[in-house]
Design a protein around this ligand. Structure first.
Ligand code: DGL
Length: 262
């Protein structure tokens, strides 16, 4: 049994979509979330830059007592998780585009993936798609500009709709029946995406799978917190922005959100 917090980081506010799944499955676990919004987006940075930001976030979470770390960012996972796992002795859980379930279920044999450039160009992503998607067509589209708009709290805007229409029209024309969201920011766009996609297209994101994996690794490593607990749920951002508060408004009575330079 271990009452230390689960550490979670993302390039910004998007990983809160993963935090919500983790908190819902593991309500007694304390958590510390780092939103590295000052350095968002990670998607266009070099692999070396993404690795050094991931190391910085990990060091911070370790200094705050994290017992396990969830890399709630596809770009950081696909570019840096192997290095984090080699360097630090605690368990890491990453998030990757859910190609496997989409590839297994698609009937049209065409699957769309919306993700950052950094994720789509990573060798980990290439390996996963070669492994699971060799007999289907994958339409990869970089969601250029989506993360900055979400970070600026411009989610339900005409600007966002226009970008989504542009990116999804390529996939609709190719007759996808599954859309994989390969960025932890994108679940916040699902209501708008649903309005654009034909109704038979299924949207898949990886949040629930990450939460289940977190639970299973906590149990396997005997790191789970006590069953009855009064968990602390702390969020830190290094950029003053109303977005984090907005996205977490349903939890405002139970969480704390603070500014911290990291
Ligand atoms: N949430 C990050 C991801 O899942 C966004 C990447 C970015 O900052 O560009 O990839």
């Amino acid at each position: 049994m271990n009452n230390n917090p689960i550490g979670i980081f993302d390039s910004g506010v998007g990983g809160t979509s993963i935090w919500k799944e983790i908190h819902s499955l593991l309500p007694n676990e304390s958590t510390i979330y780092l939103a590295d919004s000052k350095n968002a987006p990670y998607g266009h940075k070099t692999q070396d830059e993404i690795i050094s930001l991931s190391l910085k976030n990990t060091e911070k979470l370790l200094s705050m007592g994290s017992k396990l770390i969830v890399v709630a960012c596809n770009t950081a996972t696909t570019n840096a998780i192997e290095i984090l796992r080699k360097k630090y002795p605690i368990p890491f859980i990453g998030i990757e585009p859910a190609i496997k379930p989409a590839a297994l279920k698609t009937k049209s044999k065409v699957v769309g993936i919306l993700a950052t450039k950094g994720t789509l160009q990573s060798s980990l992503f290439s390996k996963t798609s070669e492994l699971f998607a060799h007999n289907i067509q994958i339409i990869e589209v970089v969601g250029e500009g989506l993360v900055p708009l979400i970070e600026e709290n411009k989610i339900e805007t005409r600007e966002m709709d226009l970008l989504l229409e542009k990116y999804l029209s390529l996939m609709i024309a190719a007759q996808i029946d599954y859309l994989v969201l390969g960025c932890s920011h994108y679940p916040y766009l699902i209501p708008q995406i649903k309005k654009i996609l034909p109704p038979h297209v299924t949207i898949i994101d990886s949040g629930e799978a990450v939460a289940k994996q977190t639970k299973s690794l906590l149990e396997k490593n005997e790191l789970a917190g006590p069953a009855k607990n009064n968990p602390t749920l702390k969020f830190y951002t290094n950029k003053t922005t109303p977005t984090l508060i907005h996205l977490l408004k349903d939890y405002s009575q139970r969480i704390s959100i603070s500014y911290m330079d990291f």
